[in-house]
Design a protein around this ligand. Structure first.
Ligand code: ZN
Length: 429
């Protein structure tokens, strides 16, 4: 190697090391609560210091910028603060589990007191862009629709500079929970990123560290077998046809993470014939891992999912007490564009003219009733959906339609009690 190249190599190494060491350590001294934002009172303190001659004019102007921009970040390359929030900066939660559970409980109870069955959504994700766009507007919609809690998975943080490598964990949901602790629940970043799809080391490694760290209440949706959505097919995409065996090395790591910590996890696993065997094997190998399989009754390739039936579901739920499903699934008459527009949700009755009615098939209504302690609500908010407030109204409509003809006990179980148990480890009292 030539000498100049060698020097350049060490220069890059130095920058890379110094930048990784500096992340999340350089809080501005006026950011007293260390949340990467300058709040009103912090700005007043700064103005006070400036008036006393303890703060330079240009430093105060910077702080006003940070206050107006909703945050600031430390740039390890230029070693200065910049206006603008960066979600890859570590944020700590303001509240411990006991305080959070107290806040959740009060909100759930407020709906019960008003004779509304509250809903807890265990299957949505929120990017910082969507959060900044919609979060404030969704609050009154949640109140009106009886949505007590939403657990949000985080998305990967954007690249801050060219030297960043590996998965970039986002702390945006920490910020959301710190602001609205009574409404939103901290789920991990989801397994819906290229680092996971390509089974690289960094997402799974960070996931383990974060879950073991004890702040998270839920491991966000991990995709194992995932068909493309109707929209992705229409866009001509092929990259979201995901096929990671649930009994792969990383599948074992996820199950054992849940087994060890007691934290439940959501998986996307189209119930194809072969993966079902692997799922059963994993459920019996990790009896204390709590798994929530998303999108109950969504069958988009019936030719590959021939075993899915009420009998199979009964056998699975009877055999594996650690298996849960969420009812984030299609509305009556929904069709799947990637496979000849098949009706993709098998729980609804046929209407006799090629579509479906808004009533459950009796065999599935019986399963929701008999195994009502094994289903949870889910809305499946994420990228590329309708604006969040509108979306929540639509999806609560479908969840309440699924619950409509069930006995009261089942409505309460599916609406919030099972989610409460999964999030807190204790039965709803
Ligand atoms: Zn999914």
């Amino acid at each position: 190697m030539k000498k100049t190249r060698l020097i350049f190599f060490f220069f890059l190494l130095f920058i890379a090391l110094s930048s990784s060491l500096c992340y999340s350590q350089q809080f501005n001294q006026y950011d007293m609560d260390q949340d990467w934002a300058i709040g009103d009172f912090e700005l007043l303190d700064a103005i006070d210091a400036w008036a006393k001659g303890n703060l330079e004019d240009f430093d105060l102007l910077d702080l006003i910028d940070f206050w107006a921009a909703g945050g600031y970040q430390w740039d390890p390359l230029s070693r200065v603060y910049k206006a603008g929030y960066y979600e890859g900066n570590l944020i700590t939660l303001k509240y411990d589990h006991n305080i959070l559970e107290g806040k959740w409980k009060a909100r759930i109870q407020s709906f019960l007191d008003a004779d509304v069955i509250p809903l807890i959504d265990l299957e949505s994700s929120l990017s910082s862009v969507d959060g900044m766009r919609y979060l404030e507007d969704v609050l009154p919609v949640m109140d009106a629709e009886g949505v007590a809690l939403i657990a949000f998975d985080g998305h990967q943080a954007p690249k801050q500079n060219v030297l960043q490598t590996g998965y970039r964990w986002s702390y945006y949901i920490h910020k959301v929970v710190n602001t609205y602790a009574e409404r939103f629940v901290l789920a991990t970043n989801g397994g819906t990123n290229n680092n996971w799809f390509q089974q690289k080391k960094s997402y799974i490694g960070q996931l383990e560290q974060h879950v073991r760290g004890g702040n998270y209440s839920l491991i966000g949706e991990i995709e194992f077998r995932h068909y493309m959505s109707s929209r992705q097919c229409a866009d001509g995409r092929t990259d979201r046809d995901i096929n990671i065996p649930i009994d792969s090395v990383n599948g074992h790591r996820i199950f054992s993470l849940s087994q060890e910590t007691g934290i439940p996890f959501v998986v996307h696993l189209e119930p194809e014939d072969t993966p079902l065997d692997a799922l059963e094997e994993m459920l019996s190998t990790y009896p204390n891992a709590k798994i929530i399989v998303a999108h109950f009754g969504q069958i988009r390739h019936p030719e590959k999912e021939t075993r899915f039936s009420p009998e199979l579901i009964r056998r699975l739920l009877n055999s594996y007490p650690n298996l849960y499903y969420d009812i984030s699934t299609g509305h009556p008459g929904r069709r799947y564009a990637c496979n000849n527009n098949v009706l993709d949700t098998v729980i609804w009755q046929d209407d006799g003219s090629g579509s479906q009615t808004d009533t459950l098939k009796p065999e599935y209504r019986d399963i929701f009733t008999e195994f009502s302690d094994r289903f949870v609500a889910g809305f499946d908010y994420g990228g590329g959906r309708a604006p969040l407030p509108e979306f929540i109204s639509l999806r609560t409509g479908n969840v309440r339609l699924i619950m409509r003809d069930l006995p009261d006990e089942a409505k309460h179980n599916i609406g919030y009690r099972n989610a409460w148990f999964l999030l807190t480890g204790t039965a709803w009292q």
